[in-house]
Design a protein around this ligand. Structure first.
Ligand code: MRU
Length: 368
């Protein structure tokens, strides 16, 4: 997507042909900085420290991390070391394991001398495939927005609520939840997005709002507790969120707070859609409660970072010293609260049979 008129992806191969460039998401929306990643260790640090984040981008970064690892050590133990370092970074997004399994299975079949070039080629492909998949999600999701637009008065905007950042920054390009929104906007459908701020890291307020603004999509940032009120007053036509892992039964794990929005949507008859690329489906996990939920640092809750009126970026404490905090990164929305799963192969019912029928090759575990 575009940043000040220039097209960017969230991650790309450097012009030297070996280093990896990524937009540093810790600095947005205050500063636009491109980071250079030069080793597998740096790729792992980038994922762990959330320089990059969002399930599909975590997967793409891990794939590039394996390629960087192959520059140093192309042996079988070298593959194992890179895999172990990267898999330990974040527990919830299954795209990480998917990308690492895809890379290591492919690399192990090759002679060590072939591994570095093959790893780079596959990492570049994984990034490119993500863009193609998200473009597919965009077309299938567009039909839902068109249907909502047909129910509006001429010129009236379709109101979409989203949570966290499942935008192009969370993927390689287009985003998942935002892909249909961008396509609708580009097709001339009036659209407005309610952006949940998404405490504690504020990925909605800092990243989704930034993206939508740069693409010219009308949006309003709302405190996380606002969605239910808007839905009660007919101000949300549909909700679209992303996901870090979908269980085999259609349960959806996404950023903490998603479940509450799904409950409010259910109570108010607002369609609640989840957009996902197929690598986000985990057929090895039967139901959502088995998905590991990341618990993150207390600092994310006790502190807030922002830009002061005189331009300085500062972090301040907002919780009394000594008050304990809990910071669960994700929650699980049961499949029964999900109206549909927007995938690259169409909009599916959130249930095991529909997922397995749409992705039979993935439904056989370990067959990457
Ligand atoms: O902790 P984050 O910022 O990595 O969490 C991101 C989300 O929860 C996204 O909604 C999810 O990864 C889907 S991204 C297309």
């Amino acid at each position: 997507m575009k940043v000040d008129g220039k097209h960017y992806r969230s991650i790309w191969l450097g012009s030297d042909g070996w280093s990896v460039c990524a937009i540093d998401q810790r600095r947005l929306p205050h500063e636009f900085v491109v980071a250079k990643i030069t080793t597998c260790e740096e790729a792992a640090d980038a994922i762990r420290g959330m320089l990059v984040r969002g399930a599909p981008l975590i997967g793409a970064t891990a794939a590039f991390g394996m390629a960087l690892g192959m520059r140093d050590d192309r042996s079988d133990p070298g593959i194992d070391r890179a895999y172990e370092m990267l898999i330990a970074t974040r527990p919830t997004a299954i795209n990480l394991k998917w990308a690492l399994d895809t890379m290591s299975t492919m690399l192990r079949r090759l002679a060590p001398s072939e591994r570095r070039d093959a790893a780079y080629a596959r990492a570049v492909d994984i990034a490119g495939e993500d863009v193609t998949i998200n473009r597919g999600i965009a077309s299938h999701g567009l039909a839902l927005i068109e249907a909502a637009a047909a129910r509006k008065k001429p010129g009236e905007a379709v109101n979409v609520l989203t949570h966290c950042n499942a935008g192009w920054l969370a993927t390689v390009d287009w985003g998942t939840a935002t892909a249909p929104i961008y396509l609708a906007h580009d097709s001339g459908i009036p659209i407005h997005v309610w952006v949940d701020e998404t405490r504690p890291r504020n990925q909605g307020a800092s990243l989704t709002a930034w993206e939508l603004g740069h693409h010219g999509v009308a949006h309003t940032v709302i405190p996380d507790n606002t969605g239910g009120h808007l839905m009660q007053h007919g101000m949300v036509d549909l909700a679209i969120v992303g996901t870090d892992r979908v269980a085999a039964n259609g349960d959806v794990c996404n950023k903490i707070g998603t479940y509450l929005k799904a409950l409010a949507a259910h109570d108010n008859g607002v369609p609640f859609y989840v957009a996902l690329p197929s690598p986000t489906i985990d057929f090895a996990v039967a139901e959502g409660r088995q998905i590991p939920i990341e618990q993150r640092s207390a600092q994310e809750v006790t502190e807030m970072t922002g830009r002061t009126s005189d331009g300085r970026i500062e972090t301040v404490r907002i919780v009394p010293p000594g008050s304990p905090v809990a910071n669960y990164g994700f929650d699980v929305t049961p499949a029964r609260l999900v109206t549909g799963l927007i995938t690259e192969r169409g909009v599916l019912q959130a249930d095991g049979a529909a997922l397995a029928a749409a992705f039979p090759e993935r439904a056989r575990p370990t067959n990457y």
